[in-house]
Design a protein around this ligand. Structure first.
Ligand SMILES: NC(=O)c1ccc[n+]([C@@H]2O[C@H](COP(=O)([O-])OP(=O)(O)OC[C@H]3O[C@@H](n4cnc5c(N)ncnc54)[C@H](O)[C@@H]3O)[C@@H](O)[C@H]2O)c1
Length: 363
């Protein structure tokens, strides 16, 4: 695909003005790389609410209305419910717009091919936004690991606890599409939020050659099971192994400005370890990154550990890319397919009783 950066600010539209808009929009505020020209959402209430952020933008109830309005748009911030990603993104690309899509890309490889084909056919960029790889404590963790400070890496551990109490309000309408995803076997912890954890694994240590998983479920209301307890282990092509445990704590209160997700990443090397203590929520309230080596603990006290900043920085990266051509995309459509394969390999392994599955072998 050919891509020529714009020699002027990018004209952008937000499509989907729900919960996560509150964080994604931060990349667009006071950003000379972009001009927000349109807001699209079928909800009149949402449109009115978000219009106050961008008084000069025009509002539309549908993408079709925007497309036929004659308004010039270069790129779209696609914040659609997951079940609308495939057809929604194909429509956006078909209108000749670059797309920054929220994760997960989609539920299966056939749909992913259709989306990537649409990007190629329209010669447009499809990016799947990954905010975690812009979270400063994780960026610093990667730097520490690559510096050799903790020695050669032996393995690492991701932990995730979904707690039931605390955090911000999630609209009831979001649960409707989340439950649809659950019924299709794409759970909120392993697949939706889990997408980020799998992304960080690929970003930290490269391609994965084998995945083994035991995905469980806990019924939280009749017919609706949350996908925990779950344990997923994998081996990278480098031989480094990772393990990720997911636990549900429905009665645990967690302080958070966002979702109530207690998360950790801990990499162990021959000489020491480096651990990111939290991300979305404020579970462990000590410096967000600790590094232990040679009998000494060093803690990072001044990192920007507000989860929202990772959305701001990921979005800014995309807009800078469109304006200047400075990449890489983090993530491109192809890279997002690797994350999808990783998740699908976990499902295939779990269904087969925990046997090893090579993500590349999936059809
Ligand atoms: N990066 C992260 O950590 C993170 C966190 C939460 C959500 N997300 C992702 O963001 C996306 C949106 O999630 P959310 O929590 O904001 O959902 P939400 O339900 O709060 O908002 C979705 C919005 O889309 C609107 N909408 C529905 N159909 C539409 C259409 N055809 N055209 C335009 N707008 C339409 C709805 O009216 C609603 O306002 C999902 O892909 C989700 O996975 C990512």
């Amino acid at each position: 695909m050919t891509f020529s950066p714009y020699d002027r600010p990018v004209r952008a539209a937000f499509v989907g003005l729900g919960r996560i808009y509150d964080l994604n929009m931060r990349a667009y505020v006071d950003n000379p790389d972009v001009e927000v020209v349109a807001l699209v959402d079928p909800s009149e209430e949402r449109r009115a609410e978000r219009q106050s952020d961008w008084p000069a933008a025009r509002t539309f109830a549908t993408v079709a209305e925007l497309a036929s309005s004659g308004l010039e748009v270069d790129a779209v911030e696609a914040l659609l419910p997951i079940p609308l990603h495939v057809e929604g993104v194909i429509e956006l690309l078909g209108n000749g717009w670059h797309v920054n899509l929220q994760k997960p890309l989609c539920n299966d490889l056939a749909s992913a091919s259709r989306m990537l084909d649409a990007a190629r056919a329209n010669d447009r960029q499809l990016r799947v936004m990954e905010n975690y790889v812009f979270y400063e404590p994780l960026v610093k963790l990667k730097e520490v690991v690559e510096s050799g400070e903790i020695g050669e890496v032996g393995g690492y551990h991701l932990k995730m606890v979904a707690s039931g109490l605390g955090g911000w309000e999630v609209p009831g309408s979001s649960y409707e599409w989340q439950f649809k995803q659950i019924r299709e076997g794409r759970g909120i912890l392993v697949f939706d939020d889990g997408w980020h954890k799998l992304s960080t694994a690929l970003w930290l240590f490269g391609p994965v050659r084998e995945v083994r998983a035991w995905i469980g479920g806990t019924e939280v209301m009749p017919g609706i099971a949350i996908d925990a307890p779950s344990t997923i282990v994998w081996e990278h092509e480098s031989g480094i192994r990772g393990v990720w445990d997911i636990t549900l704590a429905p009665d645990m209160y967690l302080r958070s400005d966002y979702y109530t997700n207690d998360e950790r990443w801990e990499v162990t090397g021959r000489r020491g370890y480096a651990r990111v203590n939290r991300c979305t929520g404020r579970g462990i309230q000590q410096p967000s990154l600790d590094v232990y080596a040679d009998g000494e603990m060093r803690s990072y006290h001044a990192l920007d550990d507000d989860w929202a900043s990772s959305f701001r920085d990921s979005g800014r990266h995309w807009l800078r890319y469109l304006h200047t051509g400075q990449g890489p995309l983090l993530w491109s459509g192809e890279e997002a397919v690797s994350v999808l394969r990783f998740a699908l390999a976990a499902y295939a392994s779990s269904a087969a009783g925990g046997t090893g599955v090579d993500p590349a072998s999936l059809q």
